[in-house]
Ligand binder design. Structure first.
Ligand code: 1CP
Length: 342
């Protein structure tokens, strides 16, 4: 059999130039798709998160409709704290909520892969059915620990940040435990067939540069090192929000393979910086998809022209909005593919 080229998504993450610009979107498996809302009308979000068949169905929906080059596992960053013993529910119109905020590391149970058997089964089913590579994911330990200590979604996470100031040693112990568990959680996803992993540092911007460097980022480094040691060649993508001003200082000499900054970062300038990892992903403003078709198409083409096709995966700078018209998102996918083929 002749060797065929790796899928464009994996080619780009390896720092090479694929035959076309690969594209996927954060929150592509979500409420902007009518077929997602149809499933959601019959099931609670919690039911969907825990059913291998629904995980499979919803993960594959955007691949079918949009023609994206990668699937992202339908799950949530808070499935891990749940596996560590924290009762979790999702309140409509409000977001995630734990039964009680975490008081200390002592109340967490150790991570057991068996506790996420529904998820790894979902991963295996997706991989068996999918035409495109599957991305596994987790929150960064900092972002996940904030939710655990806050007890719910938050705007400023003041309860969690007070915890850091009032009980710094205990905070570090929580971060350690979450880092260890996240490593095992991602390993389970990759063992089941995920071909890349993304770490979501959605709340990295709540820390200043010094503490990012000394407290939060070392956890990301350790995770990437652990995954690379166990799975050589596995691409590790870091999504980072709100850290633009010091992002590249932070990741200088890191072992991250690809960086997806939020949309306030000039991705072309980021890529020219010698500290940038071999691949970049991003970073359209998610509100762009509310614009007219010509504007969307030219924004996609301009970004690809500015960043270049080598080691580049088109995405947004944050998740897709539930109110978006899927047709506009498909247009962006097609625009990226046209540009790549030119
Ligand atoms: O009502 C519904 O149907 C639930 C909405 C929803 C969805 C579709 C939530 C609740 N989570 C998800 C899925 C999800 N979450 C995915 C699936 C795959 C995909 O991207 O298509 C992923 C990768 C996540 C990751 C996630 N969950 C993050 C990191 C990315 C980000 O948005 O910054 C965060 C912070 C969460 C927590 C969370 N889960 C759900 C909500 C509404 C939130 C955010 C709450 C808050 O604002 O603090």
């Amino acid at each position: 059999m002749t060797e065929i080229q790796a899928p464009p998504f994996l080619e780009a993450l390896a720092g090479r130039t694929p035959a076309r610009v690969p594209v996927w979107f954060m929150r592509q498996a979500g409420r902007f798709l009518p077929e997602y809302r149809a499933v959601r009308a019959r099931h609670t979000f919690e039911e969907m998160l825990h059913s291998p068949d629904l995980i499979t169905e919803v993960t594959l929906q955007p691949v079918e409709r949009l023609g994206v080059d990668a699937a992202i596992l339908f799950s949530d960053i808070l499935v891990l704290p749940e596996a560590l013993g924290m009762g979790l529910s999702y309140v409509d119109g409000e977001g995630p909520r734990f039964d009680a905020p975490l008081e200390g590391v002592g109340s967490l149970r150790p991570f057991e892969p068996a506790s996420i058997a529904f998820l790894t089964r979902g991963v295996r089913q997706i991989v068996a059915a999918s035409k495109v590579p599957l991305i596994g994911f987790a929150g960064t330990p900092w972002t996940v620990a904030l939710y655990m200590l806050e007890g719910r979604h938050g705007r400023d996470f003041l309860r969690a940040r007070r915890f850091l100031r009032e009980k710094p040693a205990e905070f570090r112990a929580v971060l350690e435990a979450v880092t260890e568990a996240t490593g095992a959680y991602l390993e389970a996803q990759v063992e089941a067939g995920a071909r890349a992993v993304q770490l979501f540092d959605s709340w990295g911007g709540l820390l200043g540069p010094e503490e990012q460097r000394s407290l939060a980022h070392p956890c990301v480094e350790r995770l990437a090192a652990r995954l690379h040691a166990r799975f050589p060649g596995l691409p590790v993508i870091l999504y980072s929000k709100g850290t633009g001003a010091y992002l590249l200082d932070l990741i200088e000499k890191t072992n991250i393979d690809a960086l997806n900054p939020d949309w306030t970062v000039d991705l072309a300038a980021c890529r020219r910086d010698p500290r940038c990892p071999p691949a970049v992903q991003g970073n359209l403003d998610p509100s762009l998809f509310f614009a007219d078709e010509a504007t969307i198409r030219s924004a996609v083409h301009d970004l690809i022209r500015a960043v270049g096709r080598r080691g580049y995966v088109l995405n947004a700078g944050h998740g897709l909005n539930p109110e978006l018209d899927p047709g506009r998102v498909k247009l962006a996918v097609d625009a990226a593919h046209e540009a790549g083929a030119a």
